[in-house]
Design a binder for this molecule. Structure first.
Ligand code: PNS
Length: 167
């Protein structure tokens, strides 16, 4: 039987425990999971794509069925070029649903051969988002229960650099 491959696309700016939870759940279903960090020139992320890839790799360690890579352009093209039959997205709160549903239907229209699979995060991760974590960390709040040490330390370093730069 051919391998079941899924892509898990996102910004991962930075990776959170919510993302890692979805990676684990995906790996339990698919033979191979390609975590894809979007190179989006339109957005101004806190971390470069390379930094984000490195952080995810550091968290996942050496896991033979999981790869971390970058992609540009359409997610459906990234999926098709990777031989993936599915796009995995995590669902947290109800408010995620509308955007995710819209994206899934658009992606299906663009490439009907690629299905979107929604996985629910564990209850403890329901309110975790990279943007909230960045805001809280920026303001000195404790986010150690929401993001892995590699992300927390990188955020603290980056915010300190930015504070130094901006005076
Ligand atoms: O982690 P995010 O920011 O919620 O991820 C959003 C992402 C990367 C999945 C989405 O923006 C995306 O798929 N971008 C690639 C461009 C694309 O395919 N756009 C059409 C989606 S319907």
């Amino acid at each position: 039987m051919s391998e079941r491959i899924a892509v898990y696309p996102g910004s991962f700016d930075p990776v959170t425990y919510g993302h890692l939870d979805i990676v684990d759940r995906s790996a339990a279903i698919f033979d191979r999971v390609l975590v894809g960090v979007l190179e989006n020139p339109g957005k101004t992320p806190l971390f470069t794509v390379d930094e984000r890839v490195e952080m995810i790799r550091a968290c996942l360690g050496d896991r033979p069925r999981i790869e971390v890579t970058t992609f540009r352009g359409l997610t459906v093209d990234f999926a098709a070029n990777s031989g993936a039959s599915a796009i995995v997205r995590g669902l947290r709160v109800i408010s995620d649903f509308e955007t995710e549903f819209q994206m899934a239907l658009m992606n299906r229209r663009l490439n009907p051969a690629v299905n979107t699979v929604f996985l629910m995060t564990s209850f403890s991760n329901v309110f975790i988002s990279s943007s909230l974590i960045k805001e809280v960390c920026h303001l000195g709040g404790n986010v150690t229960e929401m993001a892995p040490p590699v992300s927390v330390e990188a955020m603290q370093r980056r915010f300190a650099e930015l504070r130094e730069r901006d005076g």
